[in-house]
Every structure is written in C-alpha cells, then in structure tokens.
Design a protein around this ligand. Structure first.
Ligand code: CO
Length: 679
C-alpha cells in the first residue's frame, strides 16, 4: 500500500501526535520513503538503497521548536542510491511530508563511493569462482572454490589506475573443512583478488607467496576443544522485586535525574540524544549532550604483506555497522530487568526491517557511591552506586563490538567499547633465517598469525553543557621548580590552555601530565562564580600508527589525534567524511577544520578517538575474551557540590529476613572513637 499525502493529512486531522523531529525513522516512514523514491523516473529494477536515515534538522530549529519559538521542523530522510548495473550513485534528501526531492547529488567517485552493500558481499564468491586465475591459484595450493570461503573486504584507496571511479572490493580466502568448521583458523595466505563489483570482474590477482594453510582448530564451540566443563559456578540471579527505576515512553527515557532519548541509525547504531540532568530542587532541565554516537571506527592493520597492506576497515562509514546490530537475548546478553528497543531500518530494496531487541537498557549495581566513617562526629554513612546501561552489539565479519553508555547518579557519563569475536588471521611466516620473530604479527596458535592492528573508535560528542555556548580548555598538571614561593620543591599546579579555533584543536592525550579536556559553558557560572563544565577524561593509547604519508593517514586524519573540536555544522556528521569507501582522503575532520572557525564560546562538537592497539595473544584465540576501551565525562563545577547526597541510604541485609531491624539502614556500625584514629 502506498501512503499518500492525503493519508498523512488525514492522519494529522485525527490528531495523531507528529513524531519528535529527532525521533528515529519508523517502519511506516521507511515505507513512505521507499514509495517516494521508487516512484522517481530514474529508479530501476537494479537500483539499491545503500543507506536510508533521518536527515536531522539544524539544531537551532529543533531547540527553537522546543522553546516554542519556532515551527515543527520538516521531517526529512537522507537516501543513498546505488544503480547496481552502472554504478551510478546518488545522495538524496526527500521530504516525508511533501514527498519532494529536496536535493540530489550525483557522486563521481572522486570523493569516495557509497557504503558497501550486502548484495555486493554476497556476489563476491561467484565472481572470483568464474576467474580462471583465481581457480588456478587455488588448485596450485591443493584447494578448490568449494573448499574455501571468500571474505570480501573494503579496498582502501591506492594509486591503481584500473580502480579509478570503480567500486572495488578485495578478497581473501579461508579454507573451511566441514559445514561447522570455523574458517578463520585456515587462512589461505599470499593470495588476494581485487574485484569490480559493478562489472563483476577480477581487476587484479595477487599471488605472492605459498605459505602452508594453518591446520589448527578454531572451533571454540566444539566440546572437544573446550575441554571438561567448569562445573563449580553457581547461579548469580539479579532481581528488582519492585521493578526497574527507569521509565520509558517511546524513545524517551528518564532515570534518576537523567533524561534522554534513545535513537537508532543504520550507520552509527545507537544514538543518544538530548541528554540532560534535572535539578532536583528547581526542576530545571540542564542539557549536557545534544547528540552522542560512535560516528566512525577504523581498524588499521600494521602488516605490510603484499596481501594485507590495504587492510584498513572503516566499520561505520564503509560497512554501516548499525545494520549488523545483534538481536539480544534476555539472560544471555543482558541480565536483570531489561527494557529492549527494537532497531528499525531499511533493507537494500528500501523495505522496513526490524531487529528485535537491538538496544538494551538496564540498571546495574556499581559498588560504593560515597562513604565516610567520621572519627569526630560518629557519622557513618554509605551509599550504593548504580548505573543505567544503554548498549548494543554489532558483528562486523570476524569481530563483535559492544558499545555501552553508562549514566551514573553523580552525573558521570561513560562510553565503553567491548571487543570480542575472532581475530583476523594470517599464516604465520615463522622465524627469519637469523631466528627473529616476524615483526608484524603474533603467532597465536601453531602456524597461525594474528597481524598487529588498532581499533580506533571516533565518538562524536555534540556538547550542550548548560546550553550551546561552550568552549574547551586543555588542562595539564604543571611541575613547579624550586624557587621563591616553592622553597621546598613540593609545589605543582595546573596549566589551562583554551582551544580557540578548529585548526589548533587537534590534541593528543598525555597521561604523564594527566591531560584532560574541560568543556565549559562560556556564559553560565556555578556558586563559586566559575564556568559550569564537564571534563573529558581520555585513556591514553596510541593514535594512528601508520606513517603520516600513508593513504590511511590521509583518509583518517581524525585518528591521528585523540581530540578535535569543531563548530557545529549539521553537514559535519562523520569523522572520515560521508563517503568513506574508496575515499582518497582529505575528507571528514580535515575538511571540517579547514576554515579554522572559532570554537571559543560557540556551539561546538567534540570528536574523540579512543581504542586499543592490539598485539594479539594466544589467549585471544580461538575466540577473544572481551577487551575494553573507554572514555569518561565527569561533571566539573557543573554542580555546586556532590549531586548524589540525596541518594537514600541502602537497607542492610545483615539481619535475618523478617526479624526486627531487617530493614535497618547500613549505618552506625562503628562507634566514633577520636582517641583511636585509624589514620
Ligand atoms: Co583487535
């Protein structure tokens, strides 16, 4: 059924509430978008939807509407269309209300290609199977097209003349010995095919080396490999007999003093919107973050092998990792009182499709929130910490990534990436003639290599700390030399440097000086007359390790620093640019900072790169225990005092259930005894 303008008008006439301007696109809206787009004359049987997402209104318009100073912004969708037969690629914005095409840009390939389609991935095996050189290379290794699986990978951008303007994927093969045999254990090294997915041809075959296919097992789900079960673990049961402490209405969530909206996008996955803290005394809502997401992630490999030098995966921009969001299972992925949000998106034919339980919301006990036993007053107080967890998991080929946002009762916000799944493997070349280890991979199982690589996540943090007039100060500890005023040499202080323009906003973390970035409001002050603010606390880990002259350094300038700050621009959405697949570089952050706009007291966006550099371990094989990377945002002068004083004292479970005093609070265990201080 086609929804017409008349239907929409009729829906309005019934008094149905129109969606919030930032609400995730609904299944009905995806259907409406499909109908608008497929009715266009240049839409054909072989046109595919590479991306459909909300084209967000300008922040100014949204805030004006919320303040009652402006109209409800027009609801628009961004649609990227790939004509499979010709490779013609367009980037279009359509109005859901009018059905009009607001804008259409035709890509010429010089600024990158549209994201890779699942349909292109699926075509790879038959394309290479039809290539005599590929078959011959397999035959020489004692393999056939039926005994290997083909892994299609993003091509990067190199000066190969035959690739200019064409949609290219690179292919590596892995031997699969049985229907449930994990092929990642058996890389067919030294062999790679470069494929044009539009013409369905192999443009180049690399047949570099003959390394033996590793024979180790990767079958982590095989009881034989697992060994005797660990049978000493008793159940841990999490119950909330009175139910959870959050409330959910549509995408709106409130919990403690926090309010926000949960959004979903095919490219970025989970999006947090309009995160704000409600002042308990005044009821005023104080904004902190307008929009937060993982806008890009890059996995660059450090192995210069002739079949791996191009391994640089942009899991967000090239692969749209949101579409691989897992459907989560209660009791397995998440425990406790869970609220799930479904994730709705368009498939490559434009039809709405829903991932059930794509986003998980729940509370966790988190140990001690604050505590003191006072020796002079006898005061003995403890409060328990808890956090609200908003998370999703996505599987991108061999790796599985979880992204967890945590909100705490004391105003702290954290984002944690969880990395698990299976290493991308190689055949380990063995020791060199002089007995040295291969310098670019670990041997993780006999004969099996785990090439060195990085996981560099970009968090786009569109900050609104107490409003849109924000600035960033870099704060370092500073050693003070012995001298007048510091005669004993014990002094240290802090150095504060305001980041004033985009061009100088690229900053690197430095744990040796406890470097942190304070996001302050340039107009609002706290009780001490100082700017209200939040501080971004990075984890120190290497930025992009590839050489500055490399292709990947040009394509991922965002990853060469831990922080960039830009003036808000609704067109600046992704750290590596909009069209990352085969993008030659100079896009994204490089472009966004080029005009060197002021970021001092403006509406600003922080781009924070974080994530581990990975020398794989034997213990990461055959499936990797979760590794973690995170950053923290803490209130710093945002409040006038500890904002969690009003958290009620917990009930003691010391007394037996039902006995008198069973609900006694956890206090007054220690008598004050100033005569015997413990410190
Ligand atoms: Co890794």
């Amino acid at each position: 059924m086609t929804i017409t303008d008349t239907d929409l008008a009729a829906a309005d006439a019934t008094g149905a509430t129109p969606p919030h301007p930032l609400a995730s696109l609904s299944a009905d809206e995806f259907t409406r978008i499909r109908d608008i787009v497929t009715a266009a004359p240049d839409f054909t049987e072989t046109t595919r939807f590479a991306y459909v997402g909300l084209d967000e209104p300008h922040k100014r318009e949204v805030l004006a509407w919320q303040n009652g100073d402006g109209p409800l912004p027009d609801r628009r969708a961004r649609v990227m269309l790939l004509e499979m037969a010709t490779g013609r690629s367009t980037d279009t914005v359509v109005s859901l209300a009018s059905g009009a095409f607001v804008s259409t840009v035709v890509l010429d390939g010089s600024t990158g290609q549209l994201p890779i389609l699942v349909e292109e991935f699926e075509a790879i095996a038959s394309i290479v199977a039809d290539d005599a050189r590929w078959v011959e290379a397999l035959t020489r290794r004692g393999l056939t097209v039926d005994t290997v699986i083909c892994v299609p990978l993003s091509a990067g951008y190199y000066d190969f003349p035959e690739e200019v303007g064409r949609r290219i994927l690179r292919v590596l093969a892995f031997r699969m010995d049985a229907p449930h045999d994990h092929p990642w254990a058996h890389p067919v090294d030294g062999l790679s095919a470069y494929v044009d997915t539009a013409t369905r041809t192999v443009t180049r075959l690399i047949d570099a080396t003959d390394l033996p296919v590793p024979e180790t097992s990767g079958n982590f789900d095989d009881p034989e490999l697992q060994g005797p079960p660990l049978d000493t673990l008793k159940p841990i049961v999490i119950t909330q007999p009175e139910g959870p402490s959050y409330t959910v209405e549509g995408e709106n969530v409130s919990w403690g003093n926090w309010t926000f909206q949960v959004g979903f996008d095919t490219r970025e996955g989970l999006v947090l919107r309009q995160l704000a803290w409600t002042d308990a005394a005044t009821g005023a809502s104080r904004p902190v973050i307008y929009r937060a997401s993982i806008d890009e992630m890059l996995v660059p490999y450090g192995d210069p092998s002739p079949v791996r030098f191009w391994q640089n995966y942009f899991d967000t921009g090239e692969y749209l990792f949101g579409r691989f969001t897992n459907s989560l299972e209660l009791g397995c992925d998440c425990v406790g009182e869970i609220h799930y949000f479904d994730a709705t998106m368009a498939d490559e034919l434009g039809n709405p499709t829903t991932i059930r339980n794509g986003i998980c919301l729940h509370e966790e006990d988190f140990g001690t929130l604050w505590k003191h036993s006072d020796m002079f007053t006898g005061s003995d107080e403890v409060r328990r910490s808890r956090r609200l967890v908003i998370s999703f998991f996505t599987t991108v080929g061999n790796y599985d990534y979880g992204f967890y946002w945590y909100l705490y009762l004391d105003g702290t916000i954290e984002c944690e990436a969880k990395l698990t799944g299976i290493l991308f493997t190689s055949a380990y070349p063995g020791l060199s003639a002089d007995g040295a280890d291969y310098p670019y991979a670990s041997e993780v199982a006999p004969g099996l290599g785990g090439p060195y690589h990085q996981h560099l996540f970009s968090a786009r943090l569109d900050m609104t700390v107490d409003g849109i007039a924000n600035a960033v100060d870099e704060v370092d500890v500073v050693r003070v030399p012995v001298g007048p005023g510091n005669e004993h040499g014990n002094a240290f202080t802090k150095g504060v440097t305001r980041l004033t323009t985009e061009g100088s906003s690229g900053r690197v973390a430095d744990a040796s000086v406890a470097r942190a970035w304070h996001i302050v409001n340039s107009e609002k002050t706290n009780a001490m007359g100082r700017p209200t603010g939040y501080v971004l606390l990075p984890q120190e880990s290497p930025t992009l390790l590839a050489d500055a002259s490399s292709s990947i350094a040009k394509r991922a300038e965002f990853a060469t620093k831990h922080l960039f700050v830009t003036a808000y621009d609704p067109a600046e959405r992704y750290a590596a640019g909009d069209f990352v697949h085969q993008n030659p570089g100079g896009d994204g952050i490089t472009k966004y900072i080029a005009d060197d706009a002021s970021i001092d007291g403006e509406d600003i966006v922080l781009w924070h790169t974080f994530g581990p550099t990975h020398f794989p371990r034997p213990e990461d094989w055959p499936v990797m225990p979760v590794d973690y990377a995170k950053f923290t945002l803490k209130p710093y002068g945002f409040f006038d005092r500890n904002p969690a004083l009003n958290v009620p004292a917990p009930a003691s479970s010391h007394a037996a259930p039902g006995a008198a005093g069973a609900d006694a609070h956890c206090a007054h265990h220690a008598a004050a005894d100033p005569a015997h201080p413990h410190h």
